[in-house]
Design a protein around this ligand. Structure first.
Ligand SMILES: Nc1nc2c(c(=O)[nH]1)N[C@H]1C(S)=C(S)[C@@H](COP(=O)(O)OP(=O)(O)OC[C@H]3O[C@@H](n4cnc5c(N)ncnc54)[C@H](O)[C@@H]3O)O[C@H]1N2
Ligand code: MOO
Length: 427
């Protein structure tokens, strides 16, 4: 278990708020998503750096700008199987004849040269001999014994089928920028430019638990009144896709003392973030806020001016950040995407924390109560046609791919309205 990072002291601006807003914001009640996220991020540390071997770098975030230690390609290489030609005076003629000096397969390293009116048979990726003017693909010429006949058109073609040393990546050029996620393409560029040890940020470790006395594990057949903890699987996937390491702390009953003890145990174990689902609602079973109070945890936000997310808790337990998500699985995925993903992106060291805003046209009317205070989040399904971006609610059992953000005071949300959408990416 990694040593937990120190959580920064809170530092935020409260200017521009009236007394009532200030009071409620201090208690963390009724904040907007933006305020809650700013407060959460202000307490989120960027994790420590470590070095990984290139084979393990995919999906990690570069902790500094990584430069080409050598140029790519490292030598002038042929990009076709064919003939590397020396200069010839007979470009004006219909064709020119070159005598073949030998063959250069890929991997041959001796320094060769090509004289005027001669050619080397050459393979794709092989070192081009000094003095070569161009490579002509084999299908464009005729080999007759020890000679090759090349038509004039091929001798004048703009494309020379030689990739010069350093023409793709010059030595010293940035291959991956600090704060950028290392992708499969970066692996190619890093490998060819001699980068085998990659400085990255440590991945966040996220402990998760699901609360609810109605929850059972998948091995059990639930009797009426009980249900399988689907959030267990959802959270595992969401955390992993956000570039973090998920640790399952199981199902826990709605019991303040037991929850408090478990939170203390997880908070003391060095995880970076604790995520729970359920037990943050308004009723008598609002157990997490009470547990946090009992164990001396800090509450940063609760009950956002947002649905889902009206029931929600953000806080600090020991040296771990904590977020208590609402119980319904659809609320879990929406609030996770909007509030938790940016926090994990910051811990991971990513330069860009937020989802990309997409403007999309509603495909049908949405029956959402018009509200002056509440932001409504809905799962959406994007589609692209006729050069436009459209969004609709997913059909039952259809997977969603975005969050629809229905801003307060902007309704009614009728067919044809353009709304903001956050497309879900891997992190
Ligand atoms: N009088 C009011 N009641 C409720 C309100 C309200 O404003 N006034 N808000 C509702 C909303 S919205 C939500 S969200 C919930 C929040 O309550 P909790 O966070 O305590 O969530 P639970 O009651 O524990 O669960 C809600 C729902 O989700 C199911 N659930 C919980 N955990 C899981 C799991 N791991 N896997 C699958 N499903 C789970 C749970 O059984 C409930 O059906 O409060 C509303 N009530
Ligand atoms: O509080 Mo609920 O989170 O609106 O789904």
């Amino acid at each position: 278990m990694p040593e937990a990072a120190r959580i920064p002291a809170i530092e935020e601006t409260t200017s521009g708020m009236d007394d009532k807003a200030l009071l409620s914001s201090e208690r963390g009640v009724g904040q907007t998503l933006e305020q809650a996220l700013a407060r959460f991020l202000s307490r989120t540390p960027v994790l420590a750096r470590e070095t990984v071997v290139l084979g393990e770098a995919e999906g990690r975030v570069a902790a500094e700008s990584i430069r080409a230690r050598r140029a790519e390609p490292g030598y002038d290489q042929a990009t076709r199987d064919g003939f590397a030609l020396g200069p010839t005076a007979s470009v004006e003629a219909i064709e020119a004849t070159f005598s073949i000096q030998g063959e250069i397969p890929a991997g041959r390293t001796d320094r060769l040269a090509v004289a005027a009116d001669t050619a080397w048979r050459i393979m794709t990726g092989a070192l081009v001999p000094a003095g070569a003017v161009r490579v002509v693909p084999q299908e464009d010429c005729r080999q007759i014994g020890e000679e090759v006949v090349v038509p004039a058109g091929s001798l004048m073609r703009e494309q020379r089928f030689i990739q010069r040393a350093g023409s793709r990546i010059a030595e010293g050029r940035t291959v991956a920028a600090a704060g950028e996620e290392i992708t499969g393409q970066h692996l190619i560029w890093l490998a060819v430019t001699g980068n085998d040890r990659i400085p990255v940020y440590r991945r966040p470790v996220v402990g998760y638990l699901c609360s609810g006395s109605e929850l059972v594990s998948i091995e059990e057949s639930p009797v009426p009144g009980k249900k399988v903890s689907a959030n267990r699987y959802l959270l595992h996937a969401l955390i992993g896709r956000a570039g973090a390491i998920p640790l399952d702390y199981g199902i826990i009953a709605d019991d303040v003392e037991r929850i408090g003890r478990l939170l203390l145990q997880i908070g003391g174990s060095g995880v970076d973030l604790i995520v729970s689902t359920g037990g943050v609602g308004p009723g008598a079973y609002d157990v997490f806020a009470r547990a946090l109070d009992q164990i001396g945890g800090e509450i940063l936000c609760r009950q956002l001016a947002m649905r889902p997310g009206h029931s929600l808790l953000v806080g600090v337990v020991g040296r771990s950040l904590y977020v208590g998500l609402p119980g319904p699985p659809s609320a879990v995925s929406l609030v996770f995407a909007e509030l938790v993903v940016p926090v994990l992106r910051k811990m991971n060291g990513l330069a860009v924390l937020r989802h990309e805003d997409v403007r999309a046209c509603l495909e049908s009317d949405l029956s959402i109560r018009d509200s002056e205070e509440t932001l409504f989040l809905k799962e959406g399904k994007l589609c692209y046609r006729d050069g436009g971006v459209f969004v609709r609610l997913p059909a039952p059992l259809e997977t969603a791919d975005c969050t629809l953000l229905l801003e307060p005071g902007c309704g009614p949300f009728c067919k044809g309205r353009v709304v903001t959408v956050h497309r879900w990416c891997c992190r």
